[in-house]
Design a protein around this ligand. Structure first.
Ligand code: FAD
Ligand code: SIN
Length: 536
């Protein structure tokens, strides 16, 4: 391992998705900014977003209607102020993206004028989702990245994983603020200390804690675990969203089939071709995601089948191929022609509704630490996120946090030198197979016991196993040289533990959290906030 080095920036942003890039672009040009990403800059959930961005853009739609739909989907647990704060900014966020060159789909209306093509998704009472075919995330992140290339003062560290936050109390100071972050260069294994006035967690979600997920490999809950270890509260982590429709194919690795297909008329069918959604909700295929995923899970268990079907083949071929070119091609590559036949689908873990508790500027409990995007818990999503509200939240809070940081005093580099990472007590392990087994065990037990339908028995069983795994992993971490696999596993087992604790605290079923032992919702909805200081 080569010699560690220490570098100072005004702001260190951990994560280069929609949230991290929006924040960087909105910071003043004279700021020095470090942006870290575990893989290439565009790799993350934002790039793979399909359906689009929810925004009030149609004269027949309204901010009030978007707020109302979000509150209904959130099943009593959204913070109404947060919902209004986000939804009121939706059209200005779209204006900003358009100025950056984002090419959203348009259509010609009945007066012969071009306007944005808006699609519909579950829970929305109106066509409200602006999109770039079925690859909206790719279009947005590529344009954000191009804009970032033109911005002075930004240093991007690819293949660089943040290990842990550095707080001033560790440096012998009396007050506790965030001073920087230890990072590992995944290729060279060099550990570097980055000191700064502000750290922003934009690390995305934690859906990789489940065996089957629509998310890319970056989604390992690192930001939640780092913030928790640094003393921040986390909220509503029991609400894990399962996307109802991922392709069921051994080689497709839970490839997402956008909800927008159902917005354009796709039906959910049992393997024998019978539609079933109306029995579960009068909105049918366009009920909110918690309801649709649970209905599919119920039917799969009832019939003992491995999948149900999604059928859009009755729609016009050209509409399907123009609106869903990537899904069409990807399914074709796996032997399914969606213009001609139904495809097999299953639910998969998709989105982490809870996260690090923040205020409306993205500030966490630790001064100098912000959290934005999927890593955060702002109160927007409540017990269930409404489709396409996530990219919107990433950009609204990216902008809000940038404004908050820019209005603060930047502060000099810390007076006390931050000590280098101490690797003197660890050695290389010859037994990485242990890590592979722990990964598999953790993700499987979360899928089996902490999935779409839960019970007290399953949760307690998960808790016992997670506790054992956590001891083993922490022991391994204390004694062996770190690598990405070990860091992510240590973070994920921490997040799993927090998810299960949150789920056990909720003595009801609500939104995405369904417990067979408490099938009804309590009268007064309460958020679940865990605090490191009082944690048993
Ligand atoms: P991400 O885009 O996930 O970026 C996380 C970044 O953090 C990455 O750069 C990663 O490398 C970095 N990172 C993580 N940990 C570390 C670490 N320890 N050190 C350094 N870097 C780190 N939402 C919508 O609103 N509309 C949609 O149409 C939509 N479609 C989706 C389709 C798919 C397939 C998926 C998976 C999600 C979809 N979502 C959609 C959800 C939405 O895409 C995500 O919630 C959102 O993009 C998260 O953005 P983010 O910036 O918070 O994180
Ligand atoms: C989708 O296109 O179905 C994903 C939308 C989302 O997760 O918001």
């Amino acid at each position: 391992m080569s010699k560690p080095s220490n570098t100072h920036f005004d702001v260190v942003i951990i994560g280069s998705g929609a949230a991290g890039m929006t924040l960087a672009l909105n910071l003043p040009d004279d700021y020095s900014i470090a942006m870290l990403c575990k893989e290439a800059p565009l790799e993350g959930s934002s790039y793979y977003a399909q359906g689009g961005v929810a925004a009030v853009l149609d004269d027949y739609d309204s901010v009030e209607a978007h707020i109302k739909d979000t509150l209904i989907a959130g099943d009593g647990l959204c913070n109404p102020e947060t919902v209004a704060f986000v939804v009121e900014q939706s059209s200005s966020i779209i204006d900003w993206l358009v100025t950056l060159g984002v090419d959203f789909d348009t259509r010609i209306n009945s007066q012969g004028l071009a306007e944005f093509h808006l699609t519909q998704e579950g829970g929305h009472s109106h066509r409200r989702v602006i999109h770039a075919a079925d690859a909206t995330g790719r279009e947005i992140t590529e344009r954000l990245a191009e804009a970032l290339d033109q911005k002075p003062g930004v240093t991007i560290f690819s293949d660089r994983i943040a290990i842990d936050l550095i707080t001033s109390d560790q440096l012998g100071e009396s007050s506790k603020v965030c001073r920087g972050v230890y990072t590992l260069d995944i290729n060279t294994t060099k550990i570097q200390t980055l000191s700064c006035s502000n750290v922003v967690l934009a690390t995305g979600g934690a859906s990789k804690v489940y065996l089957y997920t629509s998310n890319p490999d970056t989604a390992s809950g690192d930001g939640i675990a780092m913030a928790w270890r640094a003393g921040c509260r986390v909220g509503n982590l029991e609400f894990n969203q399962f996307h109802p429709t991922c392709l069921y194919h051994p080689k497709a690795k839970s490839f997402l089939i956008s909800e927008a297909l159902r917005g354009e008329g796709a039906r959910l069918l049992l393997p024998d071709g019978t539609p079933f959604m109306e029995q579960f909700d009068p909105r049918g295929e366009l009920a909110s995601r918690d309801i649709v995923a649970r209905a599919i899970d119920f039917e799969m268990k009832r019939l003992g089948c491995d999948y149900v079907l999604l059928d859009i083949s009755h729609q016009d071929d050209a509409l399907i191929q123009n609106h869903f070119p990537n899904i069409y091609k990807r399914c074709l590559a796996h032997g399914f022609d969606i213009t001609k036949e139904p495809i097999p689908i299953v639910p998969a873990a998709h989105y982490t509704c809870g996260g690090v508790v923040t205020n409306q500027a993205g500030q966490t409990d630790l001064p100098g630490l912000y959290a934005i995007g999927e890593v955060s818990y702002t109160g927007l999503h409540g017990a269930n996120r409404m489709a396409s509200n996530s990219l919107l939240e990433c950009m609204v809070y990216g902008r809000a946090a940038a404004e908050a940081i820019a209005t603060q005093h930047r502060g000099p580099a810390p007076k006390n030198h931050i000590p280098d990472w101490d690797a003197s007590q660890v050695s290389r392990s010859g037994e990485d197979v242990i890590l592979a087994h722990n990964w598999e065990e953790l993700r499987r037990l979360m899928w089996d016991y902490v999935g779409i339908v839960r019970s007290n028995r399953r949760l307690l069983r998960a808790q016992r196993r997670i506790s054992l795994l956590q001891q083993e992993i922490n022991d391994y971490y204390a004694n062996h040289t770190i690598n990405r696999d070990l860091l992510e596993l240590r973070n994920l087992v921490q997040v799993a533990e927090l998810i299960v604790s949150s789920a056990l605290q909720r003595k009801e079923s609500r939104g995405l959290h369904y417990n067979l032992d408490y099938p009804v919702s309590l009268e007064t909805p309460r958020e679940t906030i865990l605090t490191p200081h009082n944690y048993a």
